[in-house]
Design a binder for this molecule. Structure first.
Ligand SMILES: O=C1O[C@H](COP(=O)(O)O)[C@@H](O)[C@H](O)[C@H]1O
Length: 223
């Protein structure tokens, strides 16, 4: 794991957006299309704002979330809503977007079709992960139903998740897909998340799911 500390959140957003764009562009220059997997939540907004204006061939980039809350796309807790407002605009409006919220009654009904839609875009070129103070990443929450299966090296690509810490049912990409990304970045801000990261480094992924992705990740932190 590499830890990059920034003097402030603005510097972090500028530098990280530049890094993500350059890794996507490198993949595009090599002739293939690229895929970008991103987190929802509250932290990534400034990174998305900067990334959306970067000059890469977005038409050849497929964007999808690492997890989604099972709510309509215009719900205030929808991670897709965050992306539409802050990432899939400006130059990045040309990107292809795979929406994990299919409108099915339950996330359980959506995994097969979503698996088919995502498969052509694997391995993920660039995975940006977030982390909660409870050390969850994507919707891999400590104590969630099915967490051991989602963290298995041969996990199904996507799983429905129900967890105490989650306000609604979720769908999440799992370890097998996220840990195979060509480039992995973890974005955290503030002292509580820094402390949670330090705790996670000493724990097993079943207690601290972010731990499953740290070995090959660059962690970006600002106070
Ligand atoms: O619920 C979620 O939480 C994590 C962390 O979110 P944050 O608000 O603390 O930044 C996020 O990475 C995940 O995508 C989201 O669904």
């Amino acid at each position: 794991m590499e830890l990059k500390e920034y003097p402030d959140r603005e510097m972090l957003a500028l530098s990280l957006a530049d890094k993500l764009a350059s890794q996507l562009a490198q993949q595009l220059r090599s002739g293939g299309d690229a895929s970008l997997c991103v987190p929802g939540g509250t932290t990534p907004t400034p990174v998305f704002e900067t990334l959306s204006g970067t000059d890469i061939e977005w038409e050849r980039v497929t964007v999808f979330l690492g997890d989604e809350r099972w709510v309509d796309g215009d719900h205030k807790r929808s991670n897709s809503r965050l992306l539409r407002r802050h990432l899939l605009k400006d130059r990045a409006a040309g990107a292809r977007y795979i929406d994990l919220f299919t409108g099915d009654a339950q996330p359980d009904d959506a995994t097969a079709d979503l698996g088919q839609a995502l498969t052509p875009h694997l391995p993920i070129t660039v995975a940006l992960l977030g982390m909660g103070n409870d050390m969850h990443t994507a919707s891999l929450f400590p104590g969630a139903d099915g967490l051991a299966q989602a963290l298995a090296k041969d996990s199904p690509m996507l799983m429905p998740i129900r967890a105490e810490g989650a306000e609604e049912p979720r769908i999440t990409l799992t370890r097998s897909v996220l840990s195979n990304a060509m480039h992995t970045h973890v974005l955290i801000m503030g002292p509580e998340k820094r402390e949670a990261l330090e705790r996670a480094q000493k724990l097993d992924p079943i207690e601290a799911p972010i731990r499953a992705f740290l070995d090959n990740a660059t962690v970006h932190w600002a106070e």
